[in-house]
Each structure stands twice: as C-alpha cells, then as structure tokens.
Design a binder for this molecule. Sequence first.
Ligand SMILES: *Cc1c(COP(=O)(O)O)cnc(C)c1O
Length: 390
Amino acid sequence: MKVAKRIESIPPYLFAEIDKLKAKARAAGIDVIDLGIGDPDQPTPDHIIEALYQAAKNPANHRYPPYEGTQELKAAIARWYKERHNVDLDPETEVLVLIGSKEGIAHIFLAYVDPGDITLVTDPGYPVYRVGTLLAGGIPEAVPLLPENGYLPDFQNIPPDMARKAKLMFLNYPNNPTAATATPEFFAEAVTFAREHDLIICHDAAYLETTFDGYQAPSFLAAPGAKEVGIEFHSLSKPYNMTGWRVGFAVGNWDILAALSIVKTNVDSGVFNAVQEAAVAALTGPQDLITRQNNIYAARRDAIIDGLNSLGWNLEKTRGTFYVWAPVPRGYDSKGFAAALLEKAGVNVTPGVGYGQNGEGYFRIALTVTEDRMREAVKRIRRNFPDLKF
Ligand SMILES: *Cc1c(COP(=O)(O)O)cnc(C)c1O
C-alpha cells in the first residue's frame, strides 16, 4: 500500500547514517563518547519519584484524567510561572497540560495549518516545527538564523509577502541547537511582527530554566502584548530530568490553547494522573536543584569549550541549553566531520545539517556526559586530528 503524501513529504531521517556508524563502531568494540544525545544523564529527583509512587497507589488515579490537565497541576503551573517569570496566568483558560511539549508542538499545526498554508520555521531549528507543518499539509518556510545576528531571526529580512501569508511562526530561546539566547526587546519585536502580519507566535521554552552563570532567560509571555498573539511551550523534561515521564504544558492566549485542545481531545486522553501529581511535586518542591543541575552542565561546558579552543576553535561561553554549536574545521562538511570524528576518535556529535540547510558547516555537542568524558573527547580529537584548520 502506498503511504500518504504527507508521509512521503517528510525528509529522510538525517541522523540515520550517523546512527549506523555509531552502531558499527560499538560493535567493533570502540568505547564511543556520545556527545549526540539531548537527554539529561542525571536521574529524576527522589521527591518527584516518591510523589509518583504514592499517587500510583490511589485507585482514583487509575481512571481517565481530565483532558486539559488536573486543577492541581494547572494551579501549580500558574503559581510557578508567576514566581519564576512574573507572568499572571488564569489556570482555567491559559494553561494546557501536554504529554511532553513535543506533543503540543506537533499538534498546534493541525489546529491552524490548512493544506498549502505557510509557517515560518527557524533554520537551523528543532525538526518538529518543520515536520509538524508538513504533516498538516502546510509549507514550512525557513527563516535563517545567522551567527552575525546572534542566531536571532531578522524580522526586517522576512519577505513581507511571505509573512502576510504565514499562519504561525516558531521561536525557541535559549535555542536548540545553537545555544543562542534572546532579550526581552527581541520578544517585544516578535510581538510587533506578529501584529503587523497577523500571525501566531509559538515560543518553545524547553530550555528557559537551563541557564548558567546567574543568567535568567526571559519568557516570551513577559513581553507586552505577547498573550494576545501567542503561546509558550514548556517542558518538565529538561529542568527536572524528566524526559521519559512525558509531561509538559502550553500557556498563553486562550483562543489558541482552546484550538489546540480541540485537536488533543480528539487524539489523546491526557497525562496519567499520577504523573501529573509528580509534576506538581516538581513545580512546588525545592527549585534550587535546577541551579545545582545547571552548575553541572556549566562545568562540562567549560571543559569542552576550553578544550576545543585549545585545539584551534574560537568558541564563546554559552549562557543556556545543554548544547554547544561549533563550526566544522576547514575541508569538511557537517556530515563528513561527524563521521570522521566517530571513525577516528570514537566521538559522536550531531551534524548541523540535520537541523536545516543553515546548519551546514556546524556540529552540535550535548553536555550530557561527565566532565571526564568531555576531557577524554578533547584528548582523542587532539591525538587523531593533528592539523585542524579553520
Ligand atoms: C527536548 C526538546 C523538546 C521536547 O521536550 P519534551 O517536553 O520532552 O517533549 C522541545 N523543544 C526542544 C527545542 C527540545 O530540545
């Protein structure tokens, strides 16, 4: 049977080749240092696991959960948001619980994109924005993120015709894969742009809490007027080491959340109540564990950035996300360099082109292995690539 055109429209999985090389290297007995995984290596804190355990024993939690999330979790989200980002949210209409933020990000396109409609997706970017558009039959238009603009989109350079036709635009700061951060002024500009062209802004805030050296990343919703034009996607995955638990949330404009909720009530039946109780424990429990976790990433960041700079790179210290985005040395493209690193040094990184055409010429490192392994990776690169040029 021929698959639907929407499936055919999805580009081949760009990391498949690298995955094969990684499996081959491991089979050959090579101790691969995997800097490719965007998944926290530390366990979920105990008090969150304990809350799940207790909640799982309550038979009331074994039944279908409420579609939009439990009252307790929605209230905890609104309080957490006020405390951390000083934004007021009505827990009943401006908060929607998601099965991980990826679920909501993928579904928002079904709520707003008709076949042939345009979306604006940053390039490089998290692949779901593009593929979510394609699954809805839409046309993702790449908005380049360039180093000379600090990896922020240049709103003046987006063709007005394209902007007028676009239904929605995705932003993501602190940014995966570039680790770039945005200012409150930038978000204010985004609100103006959305108003001018009548489009929705979706801000993916997966790394809003993953910041270093005292830096606090601004929430998009804190920009004046943001709630009139957009929503923000949050995840418990990265700040609380909960990627496997599948719980996140969207907050902001209630019309947009209501439209997303219509898709969701017809596709899924919400998050297991016990996981929602655990999410309440995460949001209302001690928050200093986020800082402690971030300090671990910052030390790893220092190890890899200082190490690579000693080999000829010229990388600046990042302020957020657990990624480092680095140019490939002269003479390589991004897939070629990733393959060479794996074959010669047993170090796995992600080729930048996997995040879009503008990712060509770069690779991404994830700070999800120990400092020692980071240093070992640098040592192996030094040994096996004696004359890198930039
Ligand atoms: C990890 C990640 C997500 C998805 O997080 P979940 O809440 O686990 O689905 C979304 N956006 C970006 C940019 C991410 O890196």
